[in-house]
Design a protein around this ligand. Structure first.
Ligand code: 5AD
Ligand code: SF4
Length: 463
């Protein structure tokens, strides 16, 4: 979401003459677009600001006495705006995730020779999406499109409902217009974004409300859109029509990030997730019935207040049952203002969190390696969406989000090519494009029969 927001900030600033540069040295303005989700991300902001202050002091002032503008944007700005203003007098602008469409006005105020400082962390009544310019023409072969923002779920560990505000869905017509512009300018893969993307309920163009399933079907009908993904979703919002879309819309990729956080019903209840581990298991069964080769990813939190060994064992059991292609796992981080942070007696000691995280990651890594290994010998369609590290190399993504570097001529950039997968690494696959009739440069390919991921091998918990 922050990557998307940063791109949109660049779009808003372009008419003012700003363009993105690679490094802060010599820049006219630096915007730190920040994340507040865990303490570690939040802390980075102040250390980063220390470095920017030095750079600002190094710069010679222009004739009007102005130096680099330093701005803090995003969720840390939203949550700690006043503290930043007080602690960091060299910061010129502080604004939250819902006000960056007002950047031109903020920049004008901060650019005055008198150097006004701007704090803008209101939740405006208007939607920023009604004021942002169209996506820049070069959104890229694979690009994000924000469809929904904010969250009303109030999981007890999470700051998002406070920093991003209430759930809001963009009108479908606005999203389709943006998707058409992106496709016309060369975007082939669109990832529909939202904090709770499958809670999407936007106004339909002809009245009524569209859910995410309907939106996906309409985006799929746009010329040039070859792949659709969505992230991040919540198990409670996985509606029948969205599940059905996985079986019916060929452009919808068979990879879903569906965070479960924990496998213990006691902890899920304390987290206010409003579903049980078995609800999640049954949901995955239904999704795999619709799309048998569906691969899954999740987020996990270990050491949530009150988590006992038995609860953690339930998380390992759930992971073992589901079989993930990939996952993110975090130690619980107490966030100011959230209900779980106040559960002082129940906080789990740091060494216990460390142990559980290591054990969970060992299991998840083993599953990821096994999943990647199971791709060897298959021919996978790979969208070549960026240039590779080596000359003559292009980088692509498989349907399951694995990175696949291939040696291929530049003219194939932005296209989907069939690649015979020859090797698997922890985070990527290796392979060769299939030229014609199953033949690669190295010789004939004898594609292995497709692997049925609906029946993953019996994963062994190693801890
Ligand atoms: N501590 C640890 N992890 C958290 N997440 C959200 N809040 C916290 C927290 N307080 C994780 C969740 C979420 C992901 C984006 O970040 O797993 O799905
Ligand atoms: Fe945070 Fe996601 Fe829960 Fe919303 S649903 S409160 S964004 S973890």
């Amino acid at each position: 979401m922050n990557v998307y927001d940063s791109a949109r900030m660049a779009d808003v600033l372009a008419p003012l003459g700003y363009r993105p540069v690679e490094a802060p040295e010599g820049a006219d303005m630096v915007i730190l677009n920040t994340c507040h989700i865990r303490e570690k991300a939040s802390e980075k902001v102040f250390s980063e600001l220390g470095r920017l202050r030095l750079e600002k002091n190094r710069q010679a002032a222009d004739e009007a006495g102005r130096r680099m503008i330093i701005a803090v944007a995003g969720c840390v700005a939203q949550a700690e705006g006043e503290e930043i203003m007080a602690r960091a007098p060299f910061v010129d602008m502080v604004f939250g995730p819902q006000t960056y469409h007002q950047l031109p006005e903020m920049v004008a105020r901060a650019s005055r020779a008198a150097g006004e400082r701007v704090l803008n962390t209101d939740f405006p009544v208007e939607s920023k999406f009604d004021f942002l310019p169209g996506e820049s023409a070069d959104a890229g072969v694979s690009a994000f499109l924000s469809v929904q923002e904010g969250c009303d779920k109030f999981c007890t560990f999470c700051v998002v409902p406070y920093t991003r505000g209430a759930e809001f869905s963009r009108p479908a017509a606005q999203i389709l217009a943006e998707a058409r512009r992106m496709a016309a300018s060369g975007t082939r893969e669109i990832t529909l974004l939202g904090q709770n993307v499958n809670a999407y309920h936007g106004d339909g163009p002809a009245g009524g409300t569209w859910g995410l399933g309907r939106l996906i079907r309409e985006v799929a009908a746009i010329d040039g859109v070859e792949r659709i993904r969505y992230t991040t979703s919540h198990p409670r919002d996985m509606e029948d029509d969205l599940i059905a879309a996985h079986g019916e819309v060929p452009q919808l990729m068979p990879f879903v990030h569906l965070p479960v956080q924990s496998g213990s019903d006691r902890i899920l209840a304390a987290m206010n997730r409003k579903h049980t581990a078995d609800d999640y298991r049954r949901l995955i069964d239904r999704m795999r019935a619709a799309r048998p080769d569906l691969a899954l990813s999740s987020d996990f939190i270990v050491g949530f207040p009150g988590e006992r060994d038995a609860d953690f064992a339930e998380t390992l059991r759930l992971v073992t049952d589901i079989g993930y292609a990939q996952a993110y796992s975090f130690k619980y981080s107490a966030r100011p203002g959230t209900p779980a942070a106040g559960l002082d007696d129940a906080q789990v000691p740091e060494p216990v969190k460390n142990e559980r995280l290591a054990a969970l990651q060992q299991l998840l890594n083993a599953q990821q390696v096994a999943f990647n290994q199971a791709c060897v010998g298959r021919v996978l369609p790979v969208l070549l969406d960026r240039s590779g590290k080596r000359p003559g190399q292009l980088m692509g993504r498989s349907p399951f989000m694995q990175s696949v570097p291939v040696t291929a001529p530049q003219r194939l950039a932005g296209t989907v090519v069939d690649v015979l997968i020859s090797a698997a690494h922890a985070n990527s696959l290796a392979g060769e494009p299939v030229l014609a009739d199953g033949v690669t440069v190295s010789g004939p390919a004898a594609p292995a029969p497709p692997v049925d991921f609906s029946n993953p091998p019996a994963w062994e918990a190693t801890a």
